[in-house]
Design a protein around this ligand. Structure first.
Ligand code: EPU
Length: 345
């Protein structure tokens, strides 16, 4: 337990959050990998005001906080997480219906960050809107997907995203347009040094010196997407095909965090050609390899699955084996796509 988390702090948190706070909470219950040690504090604020109060208190007390969405692209080490884990699914309620506005040939649709990405995809199909099918099958929330610039071979979040509202550590809510977000492959960075920040009410430009530290990460509250009218039947058919291929190629029913490694950028040798991380691990002969309860999926080599009560350490050891073997055999350095957090046991 964090030394800052004394009895008074616990009392304060319980008063603020009631039944929505837990102490020494196993993260294995909150990640799709089904692994992870204890979080000192696990908090699920019910509304924005409570979220703001919690962040402000943690900053005042210099208590570290970690924001999580659906926990689907996350590997929490066995030693757990110090400080406060803040889960956003309650306060950024994903069940609220999207808000749509029609503009000429396009439709903009705004959804809360806590909405499941798959619900957004389904909503778009049902409304005959094209532009979200690329995300079919990606687990997690809209907020998490934007934060990771989640994607597939068909596209990534940056293609459909228009803007987001974020909560700054100062408690202010700002609208950030796409041009002020730096999207890279499976990565979004905020450039707060030069970011023109305008609130809805004060239409002015501010130089904001926010550092991208753990304490000052903006929280994505919602996302506005631009989609295009299309034939719903066609969209539905396309969606069925994408999901069928995914189920065939990937171990979708077993606990994992999706693809473990990013696909390497151009892999050059004897001319330019490209191989995916899955293909390289497969060629290295590692499909089906097990360490403890973790296994490199026999179906898709870029998936590490929790086959039987794995520990985070088993998954990390398998990942390291894959990295080393691929590096030795193909001279390619694989980098995790999954976010690895927490402390070793
Ligand atoms: N391959 C193998 N062996 C394997 C796996 C793949 O030889 O074990 C080969 C395939 O035959 C194919 C190539 O590698 O020629 C690419 O494989 P695949 O089509 O499965 O795509 P991927 O690059 O491995 C990406 C995304 C997935 C997404 C799929 C489908 C990354 C890191 N992964 O996988 O996203 O589902 O395309 O669009 O970008 C995820 O959501 O976490 C995720 C897995």
């Amino acid at each position: 337990m964090n030394i800052n988390m004394d009895t008074d702090s616990k009392k304060w948190l319980t008063t603020l959050l009631g039944k929505n706070v837990r102490f020494d909470e196993p993260m294995s219950g909150h990640t799709s990998f089904r692994v992870g040690g204890l979080a000192d504090v696990y908090a699920a604020p019910e509304n924005l005001e409570t979220l703001k109060a919690l962040i402000s208190w943690a900053m005042q007390k210099s208590i570290q906080y970690t924001i999580i969405g659906g926990g689907t692209n996350l590997l929490v080490r066995d030693g757990g997480i110090r400080g406060i884990v803040i889960v956003l699914t309650k306060c950024l309620d994903g069940h609220k219906l999207p808000r749509t506005e029609t503009e000429k040939d396009r439709v903009t649709i705004t959804v809360r960050a806590g909405m499941r990405l798959q619900n957004l995809c389904r909503f778009a199909i049902a409304d005959g809107l094209k532009g979200m099918n690329f995300a079919l099958g990606i687990p997690g929330t809209v907020g998490g997907a934007v934060r990771m610039n989640a994607g597939t071979a068909y596209g990534s979040m940056e293609t459909a995203l228009d803007s987001v509202n974020v909560l700054l550590p100062t408690g202010q809510v700002r609208t950030v347009g796409k041009k002020d977000m730096d999207f890279e492959y499976r990565k979004l960075s905020w450039n707060f040094h030069d970011l023109p920040l305008t609130t809805k009410n004060e239409n002015r430009t501010t130089k904001h010196k926010t550092q991208n530290t753990k304490h000052s990460q903006p929280v994505i509250l919602d996302g506005k997407f631009t989609l295009y009218p299309a034939d719903p039947e066609k969209l539905k058919k396309e969606a069925e095909d994408i999901l069928r291929i995914r189920r065939k190629k990937q171990p979708t029913k077993l606990p994992s965090a999706g693809c473990f490694f990013k696909n390497p950028s151009l892999f050059c040798k004897n001319g330019v050609y490209r191989k995916s991380a899955g293909e390289l691990i497969d060629l290295a002969g590692l499909k089906g390899k097990r360490i403890g309860g973790a296994e490199i999926s026999p179906r898709h080599a870029n998936f590490i699955i929790n086959r039987d009560r794995a520990k985070a350490a088993d998954i990390l050891a398998l990942a390291e084996l894959a990295r080393e073997t691929v590096s030795e055999m193909f001279d390619v350095k694989l980098e995790p796509e999954v976010k690895i957090i927490g402390e070793q046991e």
